[in-house]
Ligand binder design. Structure first.
Ligand code: 5AD
Ligand code: FES
Length: 348
């Protein structure tokens, strides 16, 4: 049997990976072996989810951020970012449009914007909860106190996305200014799980300073945390950040990691991200063929899309929500999958 195929099977059996196996999978030039890796991951996803790909409507409601992460286009020091905030009415109106298009999960994402106090967040969450009782509400607002997370949960939020970015201390310090710490970020993730959120962590592929060793730590962290969702996508430089001149992560490495994560965590909700679609026109389709089972098209008003520029050349910034919805449906059907318009909760 092919060497790569054997490694894929071992990962699946042990639901674990060794550093050497990871190195082999990330460094091999065996193209046929890679097809087998992707096929194994795809089969694993299909054994649980069939041909269904879940869709989530992403609403980027504020690009103000008090943080200064070196990789991110909406970092506070970026004076060229045109800042905006949506009102509660605008957010609800995005949901209404999304609901009509079949979305049953809304992902509310923003920078760490101090304007949105706990009371304001809870007000928005309650409003969406009351108006759309059959929808899941996912928050992605960064690091907060446990009490705040609890309030949002009680107001009706179901899920929370907080990428850990890297599980390696030294690498974390390369990506973030000193006031941010890996320790606090991980504490947030454990708090979220304990409160009862379906929780998502994740990282960028190819961020400056990332190595096979740090990726191995990421995989071990995911194994320990057992999140319900894992968001990964390539790092893409943004021209107004300290990492403007760094190299982007690659399509190939992102696909390999998606497949590995699928094999280690058969049930996990794994998006084919917009960043993946940005580095290659078929990126999201290839992601699905490597084991991803979620897509998150944008529901933000077109007038603000371009301003939520975490990285350069982000796709779909000129398209209406409906255009993205149907464009993605076409792409997904072309590769033999179909969109599922249910809430798409983590299977218990
Ligand atoms: N390239 C790719 N992804 C990025 N993110 C932030 N900046 C970039 C970038 N330059 C990701 C981070 C963050 C998520 C919302 O977007 O992982 O958690
Ligand atoms: Fe937005 Fe294709 S998904 S235009």
């Amino acid at each position: 049997m092919n060497r790569i195929r054997r490694i894929a099977e071992t990962i699946q059996e042990k639901q674990n990976i060794t550093l050497e196996e990871l190195r082999k999978l990330l460094e091999t030039e065996d193209a046929e072996g890679m097809e087998e890796l992707f096929a194994a991951a795809r089969k694993t996803a299909q054994s649980i989810y069939g041909n269904r790909i879940y869709i989530r409507g992403l609403i980027e409601f504020s690009n103000y951020c008090k943080n200064d992460c070196y990789y991110c286009g909406i970092r506070r020091s970026n004076e060229n970012a045109q800042r905006y905030r949506l009102t509660k009415e605008q957010i609800v109106s995005c949901c209404r449009e999304g609901y009509a298009l079949g979305f049953r999960t809304f992902v509310l994402q923003s920078g760490e914007d101090l304007y949105f106090t706990d009371d304001r967040i809870c007000e928005i969450v309650s409003e969406i909860r009351n108006r759309f009782p059959d929808c899941a509400i996912t928050l992605s607002l960064g690091e907060k106190e446990k009490e705040s997370y609890r309030k949002y949960f009680e107001a009706g939020a179901d899920r929370y996305l907080l990428r850990h970015e890297t599980a390696d201390e030294a690498h974390y310090r390369k990506l973030h200014p000193p006031e941010l710490s890996l320790k606090h970020r991980l504490q947030c993730l454990w708090d979220l799980k304990e409160i009862g959120y379906q929780t998502g962590c994740g990282f960028m592929v190819g961020s400056p300073g990332q190595t096979i060793e740090t990726l191995y730590e990421d995989l071990q962290l995911i194994r320990e945390l057992q999140p319900h969702m894992v968001g990964i996508g390539p790092f893409i430089p943004q021209h107004d950040t300290p990492f403007a001149k760094e190299k982007a992560g690659t399509l190939e490495r992102t696909l390999r990691l998606l497949a590995i994560i699928r094999l280690m965590h058969p049930h996990v909700l794994l998006p084919a991200t917009t960043a993946l679609g940005t580095i290659h026109p078929m990126g999201r389709e290839k992601g699905i063929l490597a084991g991803a089972n979620v897509v998150m098209p944008n529901l933000s008003p077109v007038s603000v899309r371009k301003k939520y520029e975490l990285y350069d050349n982000k796709i779909c910034t000129g398209d209406e929500a409906a255009e993205c919805r149907f464009c993605l449906q076409k792409k997904i059907e072309k590769i033999g999958f179909r969109i599922d318009v249910s809430r798409g909760d983590y299977p218990e």
